[in-house]
Design a protein around this ligand. Structure first.
Ligand SMILES: Nc1nc2c(ncn2[C@@H]2O[C@H](COP(=O)(O)OP(=O)(O)OP(=O)(O)O)[C@@H](O)[C@H]2O)c(=O)[nH]1
Ligand SMILES: [Mg+2]
Length: 673
């Protein structure tokens, strides 16, 4: 078993394509865990191991890799940067103790780190920035650092500076130690022309540290140069308590800055024993090798061998024979068939795991992501992270009708692996839908359905629940008479049709006087009316907001039956609808859109272009953000998640709920089925 003080559980997070997977690959190679680096382009990295990631050259789920490196044993979690997969990243962060935020050396990308930085701050999780791709032409470290400080405050401080950038990127200056290294890691002198900038940035760093250390503050005020071990100690203390956010630099692709990053993980990031986690009641769960086990599932992976539940072990020792219960599901007994460390898609079996480690438990039944597994009667439940509501849906059906059962089983497994996906029957249309955080999330899931579970599916945009209604009143006389040898069929009804208030549905009443239609046929008339309205009006959509009254009619002693009254009433409905004509109603959604204030006018124009009515504006909870309330036809919202992200540099979000039905302009009615 490893020594807990050596453990570092680190997530590598950041915007799409910033170089996270490339950086993890560089770290693994540096630590000797792989003999040769793979590349994202060739689909040969350790952590982009899912075929969907390789096909699209982007991470689509979290990848784990454990390695020993000098003084530490690190579990790295490579997370997907694309916004659609943020829910997955949020969940996996429950397992780690610190995060490296990778960002391109471009100030414009800083805004795209807002969601993850907010999340890390909310969890008070220590983190640092790794400004990557300094080898690229146009890389601009100074502007990126300034943008980071402007966005996240003065405690974001450079711990390093790049020597040159783009084609002239020649190495790194370490501000705390006043040293420099070339691209290959060999020690070199700080270039003389950089000395004034390095001194100035070092002062910024020391002043930030002094905010948390009075002695250091006094030394700086007295003009004394503080001792190196004091600076090292403060940096470690402040970073591991999320008070200082160091900014480091490098090129993941060219292996520059990798050794200092490993060193920072070892020195500045906490081990699992530094800050014990708290359970749902706020009690600390202190890691101990001799206590009861408490673990939480941060990710479920289904592969050919079966299901793997990746857990963070908060306390206790786990071996194949440790009795476990699922504390999140009524204390049901949980049996596993083994423990493994994950290295990309490879599993390395281990006989035991100690507190603080992240391991995969093999083939656990009845266990889902987020569940707390513990020794019986441990009485501890770990908090879970609420997932955002899905924003994008497709209607889904098996390509072959016979595959219906197979599809529902496969969808269940898909959601096991990715709880941010949902399967639901749509309100009003009852259509089976797969929902997720965005188009890419849902399309990756349907690709996975076909590949992993061998189910061919047909998908199409969700059908819109259009309705029809009348706008004026009429009366109809409908007689059904049929003679077929023996018994004939006869029914005669007079029906009145009137519009009802929007949203009030269908009402049926009878106003028969003198028994012209016997009471026993009233239900048949009502049934005939309701069936015909549900079948659809002239446009083919169910008819609603209508009042139908049976006010007169006739019957025959022998030939009248329930069936004949049903038929006569249905005919009456169809006649009335054709005579009156109908208008199409469409579902209108109440939409709350949250955007950064500079994107407000773009977001408003987008809503207006979608036939949206703006109801109002308010400031969002976060300063610098605004919320727009609007009413938008559902038919216009199909790709809104994607379009809103495009208009707001990936930052805008929204929620929508059904508000009411309203008359649709005829040209706007889209049928998809
Ligand atoms: N020039 C240069 N390119 C880099 C560097 N690091 C990564 N790249 C390239 O940037 C692209 C994206 O790299 P990835 O490692 O897939 O980025 P990622 O952050 O994992 O992307 P997602 O997982 O999709 O969010 C790839 O083409 C890499 O080769 C770097 O330091 N310099
Ligand atoms: Mg990646």
């Amino acid at each position: 078993m490893e020594n807990i003080a050596r453990l570092r559980n680190v997530a590598v997070v950041g915007p799409h394509h910033a170089g996270k997977t490339t950086l993890v690959e560089a770290l693994l190679a540096h630590c000797g865990a792989i003999p040769r680096r793979g590349s994202v382009r060739d689909g040969t990295t350790i952590t982009d191991c899912e075929p969907e990631a390789i096909d699209h050259l982007q991470s689509v789920c979290c990848g784990f890799a454990h390695t020993s490196c000098g003084p530490v044993d690190v579990t790295l979690v490579d997370t997907p940067g694309f916004v659609d997969f943020f829910e997955e990243t949020k969940t996996v962060l429950t397992a780690v103790d610190a995060a490296v935020i990778v960002i391109d050396a471009e100030p414009d990308r800083v805004a795209q780190t807002a969601a993850i930085v907010d999340h890390l701050e909310m969890r008070k999780m220590p983190h640092l920035f790794f400004v990557n791709k300094l080898d690229r032409p146009g890389a601009n470290f100074d502007a990126t650092l300034a943008a980071l400080r402007a966005a996240y405050g003065p405690h974001v401080v450079a711990a390093q500076l790049p020597i040159g950038s783009g084609p002239t990127f020649a190495g790194i200056v370490d501000l705390a130690h006043q040293t420099a290294q070339g691209r290959d890691g060999s020690a070199t002198a700080i270039p003389s022309e950089m000395q004034p900038v390095a001194d100035a940035q070092r002062t910024v760093l020391l002043e930030a540290l002094a905010d948390f250390d009075d002695t250091l503050m006094e030394e700086l005020l007295e003009g004394k140069d503080p001792a190196q071990d004091e600076i090292d100690r403060d940096l470690c203390e402040d970073c591991s308590h999320d008070q200082i956010i160091p900014v480091m630099v490098g090129s993941a692709q060219d292996n520059v800055g990798i050794a200092p990053l490993v060193d920072a993980m070892a020195r500045l990031f906490p081990s699992p024993e530094t800050e014990p986690r708290k359970d749902v009641d706020g009690r600390p769960v202190t890691p101990r090798a001799d206590g009861p086990v408490v673990a939480q599932v941060c990710k479920t992976i289904v592969n050919q061998q079966g299901k793997l539940s990746v857990v963070r072990l908060f306390t206790g020792m786990l071996s194949g024979s440790t009795p476990l219960v699922n504390a999140s599901r009524g204390g049901a007994t949980v049996r596993m068939s083994g423990i493994a460390r994950l290295f990309g898609k490879k599993q390395e079996p281990v006989t035991s795991a100690g507190p603080g480690s992240i391991v995969a438990l093999v083939r656990l039944d009845g266990v889902q992501t987020g569940d707390t597994l513990s020794s019986p009667n441990a009485g501890v439940l770990m908090p879970t992270i609420p997932l955002a509501e899905p924003l994008f849906a497709v209607a889904i059906a098996p390509a072959q009708r016979l595959d219906e059962a197979k599809l529902s089983q496969a969808l269940g497994r898909l959601i096991d692996e990715d709880p941010a996906l949902r399967v639901a029957r749509a309100e009003f249309t009852n259509e089976l839908q797969l929902l997720g955080s965005g188009e890419t999330h849902v399309s990756t899931a349907t690709e996975r359905l076909a590949r992993k579970y061998n189910v061919d599916v047909k998908t199409h945009p969700p059908s819109i629940a259009y309705r029809e209604t009348i706008q004026s009143s009429t009366e109809i006389h409908s007689r059904y008479k049929h003679q077929t040898g023996g018994h004939g069929q006869f029914a005669d009804v007079k029906l009145r049709f009137e519009p009802r208030e929007r949203g009030s549905g269908v009402a049926f009443t009878e106003k028969i006087v003198g028994g012209v239609v016997p009471r026993q046929f009233f239900p048949a008339v009502e049934k005939g009316v309701r069936e015909a309205l549900a079948t659809g009006g002239p446009h083919g959509f169910p008819v609603t907001d209508i009042h139908v009254t049976l006010f007169d009619g006739a019957f025959h002693d022998v030939d009248s039956s329930e069936a004949s009254f049903r038929t006569a009433s249905g005919m009456g409905v169809r006649d009335a609808l054709h005579k009156l004509g109908t208008v199409v109603l469409e579902p209108l959604m109440h939409v709350a859109t949250t955007v950064p204030s500079p994107s407000l006018s773009a977001a408003v124009s987008q809503l207006t272009a979608k036939r949206g009515q703006i109801l109002g504006f308010e400031g969002a909870e976060k300063p610098g953000w605004d919320r727009i309330s609007s009413l938008v036809p559902q038919a216009e919202l199909g790709r809104y998640a994607t379009e809103l992200r495009t208009a707001t540099a990936g930052l805008g979000t929204y929620s929508a709920r059904h508000e009411r039905f309203e008359v649709a302009p005829e040209h706007a009615v889209v049928t998809t089925a």
